[in-house]
Design a protein around this ligand. Structure first.
Ligand SMILES: Nc1ncnc2c1ncn2[C@@H]1O[C@H](COP(=O)(O)OP(=O)(O)OP(=O)(O)O)[C@@H](O)[C@H]1O
Length: 728
């Protein structure tokens, strides 16, 4: 709150707006005390009386105007000082009950009884209306309806918008369809006509309380669809963000995901739409009241004041003070808009305001309980003193699985072994279901501390193969085969058991690191939550110290000062480093790097590759490195797998693949890769002819056969082994 106040101090218009609104709401709460009279009190002799307050040498006085000009029939000043009535504060006046409870007769200001006549001369701060009622008192009382109706109606419509828009965006499908059609019904008719239509359906003679309730409900019903549709679009987009998908895969309940991950992303939108909706609702109520369909007598609202007091143009010309409620409405609308603008900027971390804050060293921290992406959820297993079992299990939870399944583990067992992996997806193509056979029997293994490269054209099945290891496949996927990780067969684990591995022992980094981070969470708090998940008692200082060490290890310059920064304040390469550091913070043993350098320029690519190579050396980290760039893969990896059409075409050490490639597909890949130092004029860059195989209709034999210049009849038959390779 203090931070918000500090920020608002840098926005003078917002501060003025807050002051105006606070004042108005105070006036509303203390209306009977602030206003000299009740809104229905009439002074029959003073119809259309102008403001009569003057500042003289004697102080603030109410001047008598009770001389009518016989030509204009307007009041004229009565000359002479005896016609002044001194205005006093906390004077006795009409009795009332403050908050309906505390009886009192004191009013903020007024005149004292005339010593000669004992009469109370009326005070008109803004003048009087056609029945001689004090306009100021009526405006103060009118604010009770106008200001609350805006709040209540916008609160109801906001709740409706969050519920319906949120449900539609999050669940999609039939829910989305139903909510959208329902909202369209309300949006088809222009707002004002709809309000008038709904109002006209109801009884025109209602008491004040009923008319207040009815109007609030009508305004809420008309107000929700716009916000709901915007919310639906945002929720729909956010739920596809990696940090939200990851949370879902970790088994976090939908309600937690909605409230911890999604709602915070749309807070700024909600705040802005609420602050903008309030004046809109106030105006709508005013319009209704102006048209005589609003708040019923004897209650007053600003709208009803405008209706009754300025309903004829001659009134406006002769008695301009009757326009005061209009000016007030304008002021309130502007105040809400300025405040809404400032709040939107405060809650938007992308806004330039953060630069100013950074300079002052007072960056606002957006701590969001429960917010994190999947990297930030667990125990740094390596740091948490691993307990070794006879089978070599390293974490306590892993040892449980180990005890069940380690009978197959022997001394020479590879760290990771994938056996005959098949992954297919059932999708709708047109009206019929199609099975996409993305991975069709892939086997490979790697040792601890090894770096394995996977190359192949787009769609060859590299990502599907590797995301199957931590079971990151969607619900329409069917996975067959076995995956042994450190002796534990992963495909037999339940989702709950899998969480011990996914994002923890098995870390992942992707092509676009920015998408794995919650944009509203600064890096320091991401690390803090990561460490707190495993050690709830860890202090902020300890967590930050560890985070700084890790960030230093991955080569982020000046890590201590960067903890306060948000994801958008880092470059792609820096975010990739942070992602790696977060994986390490959770005790990652196998890092799957899916095209981690594709979105980076060559200098940064080289730095990230250097970092991975270094981590393998210092931490004995095992890495699977996926890339289209076969030269880059060869520079980093011990072994390379070449994939195409969901199959391994060829595998071997980097040296074998680069210098003695035997499969025509590998040779074609190498030929189509530009060589460093070669000018395009001296070496023609080749492309592989033909179209990439369709995984919905895979070839029975070698998938490369239709594009291969060495293809023979036998390549079309069952079996994918290349005849060139068979010949040795
Ligand atoms: N969820 C899914 N539903 C249907 N098909 C999918 C799904 N995910 C992947 N595929 C298909 O599986 C095949 C292999 O995809 P994969 O992402 O593994 O390719 P890739 O080799 O990693 O390509 P890239 O280099 O472009 O990332 C592609 O044809 C892809 O369209």
């Amino acid at each position: 709150m203090n931070r918000l106040f500090q920020y608002l101090k840098t926005r003078p218009l917002a501060i003025i707006s807050v002051a105006v609104l606070v004042l108005l709401y105070l006036f509303m709460i203390f209306a009977p005390f602030i206003s000299p009279y009740t809104p229905t009190r009439t002074f029959e002799e003073d119809t259309f009386h102008p403001s009569n307050i003057e500042i003289t040498r004697q102080g603030i006085v109410a001047r008598e105007y009770r001389v009518l000009n016989p030509i204009t029939w307007r009041y004229a000043k009565v000359k002479g000082k005896e016609f002044h009535h001194k205005i006093s504060f906390f004077v006795k006046g009409e009795p009332y009950k403050l908050f309906g409870l505390i009886p009192s007769e004191r009013h903020l200001f007024g005149t004292k009884p005339d010593p000669r006549t004992g009469e109370l001369y009326p005070v008109f701060l803004f003048g009087a209306d056609n029945l001689g009622r004090d306009l100021f008192s009526r405006m103060v009382y009118g604010s009770r309806i106008s200001l609350t109706i805006g709040f209540v109606a916008s609160a109801i419509s906001l709740v409706l918008a969050i519920l319906l828009g949120g449900l539609a965006g999050y669940y999609g499908g039939k829910t989305d369809w139903a909510v959208m059609r329902f909202s369209e019904f309300f949006m088809l008719i222009p707002g004002l006509y709809l309000i008038l239509f709904l109002r006209s359906l109801l009884n025109s003679k209602m008491d004040s309380g009923t008319s207040y309730m009815i109007i609030t409900v009508i305004l809420s019903l008309v107000g929700w669809p716009g916000t709901a549709r915007t919310l639906r679009g945002m929720v729909h987009a956010i739920k596809r963000e990696e940090f939200v998908l990851d949370a879902g895969l970790e088994g976090i309940p939908s309600t937690v995901i909605i409230f911890a991950h999604i709602i915070p992303q749309i807070t700024s939108l909600l705040i802005v739409s609420t602050t903008l909706a309030i004046p809109l609702f106030i105006m709508s109520e005013t319009t209704l009241s102006y048209l005589g369909l609003g708040i019923a007598d004897p209650a007053v609202s600003w709208g009803s004041l405008i209706n009754r007091d300025i309903s004829t143009l001659s009134n406006l010309k002769n008695f301009p003070w009757l326009l005061t409620p209009v000016y007030l409405l304008l002021a309130v609308t502007l105040a809400f808009n300025f405040l809404g603008d400032a709040l939107r900027d405060y809650f938007d971390p992308y806004h330039v305001v953060f630069k100013t804050w950074k300079k002052k060293g007072a960056l606002p921290a957006f701590s969001r309980s429960g917010l994190s992406h999947f990297r930030s959820r667990s125990i740094p297993a390596q740091q948490a003193a691993p307990e070794r079992t006879s089978c070599g299990a390293t974490a306590p939870s892993a040892s449980k699985h180990k005890s069940m399944r380690c009978s197959t583990v022997s001394a020479g067992t590879p760290f990771l072994s994938v056996e005959n992996l098949r992954v297919s997806f059932t999708v709708l193509r047109g009206a019929s279901q199609t099975v996409i056979k993305s991975v069709r029997g892939v086997s490979f293994s790697m040792n601890r501390g090894e770096i394995l490269g996977i190359v192949g054209e787009s769609g060859s099945g590299k990502s599907v193969t590797t995301t199957a290891i931590p079971a990151l496949h969607p619900s329409n996927a069917t996975v067959e085969g076995k995956i042994f990780f450190d002796g534990v067969e992963l495909t037999s684990l339940s989702q709950k058991e899998m969480r011990t591995y996914r994002g923890k022992k098995i870390g992942l980094i992707f092509q676009e690191p920015g998408r794995s981070f919650d944009p509203l969470q600064n890096i320091g708090s991401v690390f803090l939550e990561t460490f707190r998940n495993s050690d709830p008692k860890i202090t902020k200082e300890e967590a930050y110290k560890k985070a700084i060490e890790l960030l230093d290890e991955v080569g982020l310059p000046d890590p201590a000062s960067r903890l306060k920064n948000f994801p958008h304040q880092f470059s792609g390469g820096q975010l990739q480093r942070i992602g790696i550091a977060l994986s390490l913070a959770q005790g990652c043993e196998l890092l799957i790097a899916d095209e981690p350098t594709t979105a980076l320029d060559v200098t940064i690519q080289a730095q990230i590759v250097g970092l991975l190579a270094n981590l393998r050396k210092t931490r004995n980290l095992s890495i699977i490195f996926i890339s289209h760039n076969i030269d880059l893969v060869a520079s980093l990896c011990d072994k390379i797998i070449v994939m195409y059409g969901g199959l391994i075409m060829e595998s071997g050490t980097s040296e074998q693949i680069m210098n003695h490639a035997r499969h025509p597909y590998t040779q074609a890949l190498l030929a189509s890769s530009p060589k460093f130092g070669t000018h395009y004029t001296s070496q023609k860059l080749l492309s592989i002819p033909g179209r990439v195989t369709d995984p919905a209709h895979p070839e029975p034999g070698c998938p490369f056969e239709p594009r291969c210049s060495f293809a023979k009849e036998e390549c079309r038959n069952a079996g994918s082994e290349c005849h060139k390779m068979r010949k040795g």
